[in-house]
Each structure stands twice: as C-alpha cells, then as structure tokens.
Write a protein that binds this ligand. Structure first.
Ligand SMILES: O=C(O)CCC(=O)C(=O)O
Length: 268
C-alpha cells in the first residue's frame, strides 16, 4: 500500500489527494453523519446493490451547502480543474459490502463523464481496509495503463471494468492506494483519470460524496438555467448552473424507464 498523500492541493500527475478538514467542516460532517445514522438502507430499493446512494438536497441542508461551497473544498478542485467547478450532487453512499458483483464499480475502471472531474469522498464512519475503501492508481500511471490496454486491444472504452489480474500485470499492487480515513478527512479523486474501484470490504462503509464537474462536462446542460437566487456570486457560480430541472428530468426519465421495464416484465 502507498502512503496516503496529504496536501491542500491535488497534484496534477497524481490526480488525487487527501486533506484534513478544519473544525467547521468537520462539525458539518458530524451533523451529516448523525443524519446518515438514522437512515435505513433497503438494498432492493436501489439501482446498485453494492453501492446505495441517498441524494441530499443542497437547498434544504445548510450543512451540505456550506460544506460543498467552502473554500477548503472548492479551492483545491478549482485549482486542479483550472476553472470554477460546477457542483453536480451530494449524496450519502452506503456500501453493505456483503457481495461482490463482477463487472460493476467493485472492479477497476475509469469514469466516462468527462476527461477530468473531481469526486470528494468524506468518511462519515471510519473507513479501514475491511470497509472496502476507494482504491486508486495515480493519474500518470493510470494514463500509461489505459494507453497500453487500448494498444493491446484489451479495451475500447474508458469505462470498461477490468479484473485485478489484468491491472496487476501492468501495475503492481504496491502502487494501488486505498483511501482509508475518518470523519474530517476528504479525499479528492479525479475518477476520470485515476483507475479505481471500491466497496469490496467485509464490513459496511458510509461516506458523503460530493461531485464536481467542469462546465464542459457532457452532463452539464447548455440551455436549462436554474433561476433560483443564491447567497452570493460564489454560490451562484457553483450551484446556479446546477440543473435541478435537469436532475428532475433524469429522475423522471429513470422512473419512466423502470416502470416500462416493470410493465414488460409483467407482460412477459
Ligand atoms: O467507492 C466505490 O464503491 C466505487 C466508486 C466509483 O466507482 C466511482 O465513484 O466512480
């Protein structure tokens, strides 16, 4: 295992970093942790059985909004992305870690939303090896790995899930880093540039996930504008182009797709 890289910036060649948040943000996380402790997780009600996600609404949670727009969180992301980020969503993630599903995000992959993005992983309960931490390969090594896999015909898409032995042949395990941590830690990871997997533990893992894009990300809509008023310019930039409508549209689309699928199952 590599030593965790502690810094207040995300080095470009590494593509990830863990920082220790200050008392204000740690207190906000404590409030969110208490909320998470009250949640009941029903595996059957979620899209991914190995990774249950509960969206948090930034408009109704002061703590989440304050944390997600704090300089401590946004500044390293902006510096890394080279532009003020667009906030995508906040969610509590809960991994039961009871089962391994091949070909899902429990296997190594790159995310495909953009060429660069940042996800923040903030433990709400201690994350040790047995809690199936996010495990990452630094960006420069991942880029060489990706090129090699494309050249030898192993993959044709960024997002292809890969078995450990395929990766291990090219990148020994000593170069995989597990992002363990505790309340108050924040791991910033460019999951588009760093090969990663998670939720492969023996005990549950619960964390807060904050997700940031650049304006160029394919998921950011060009024309749908959020007309909500925000506290200041910074919040407007961060959340203003955040597409409540767009997300609702996606939810509606998903609900419709699921209900159509249900009707087909009934008809079959
Ligand atoms: O932490 C996990 O379980 C996997 C996360 C992942 O693959 C992702 O965020 O893209």
């Amino acid at each position: 295992m590599l030593r965790s890289i502690k810094a207040n910036s995300i080095p470009d060649d590494v593509g990830y970093a863990t920082i220790r948040l200050g008392p204000e943000n740690t207190e906000r996380l404590r409030v969110i942790r208490d909320l998470a402790r009250q949640m009941e997780w029903d595996v059957g009600a979620h899209k991914k059985p190995h990774l249950l996600m509960q969206d948090l609404d930034i408009h109704s949670s002061r703590e989440v909004r304050a944390l997600a727009s704090s300089s401590e969180v946004v500044d390293p992301i902006a510096a890394y992305l080279g532009s003020y980020p667009v906030f995508q969503y906040a969610a509590i993630w809960h991994s039961p870690n009871t089962k391994y599903y091949a070909g899902r995000s429990q296997d190594f992959h790159l995310d495909g939303e953009d060429l660069r993005q940042v996800k923040c992983f903030m433990p709400l309960e201690d994350i040790e090896e047995e809690n199936g931490p996010l495990t990452v390969i630094r960006a420069d090594t991942s880029e060489r790995l990706f090129d090699q896999l494309v050249q030898d015909g192993t993959i044709t898409e960024r997002n292809t899930k890969l078995d450990d032995d395929v990766i291990e042949r090219l990148v020994p395990k000593e170069n995989w880093e597990s992002l363990t941590g505790k309340l108050g830690d924040a791991s910033f990871v460019d999951t588009s540039r760093c090969y990663h997997f998670g939720s492969r533990g023996t005990r549950p893992r619960t964390l807060l996930q904050l997700h940031y894009y650049t304006m160029a990300a394919v998921m950011v809509p060009l024309f749908i504008r959020n007309t909500r008023k925000y506290a200041d310019e910074k919040e407007t930039l961060l959340f203003g182009y955040h597409h409540d409508l767009f997300r609702n549209r996606r939810r509606r689309y998903w609900a419709r797709a699921m209900s159509q699928r249900g009707q087909q199952d009934v008809a079959a």
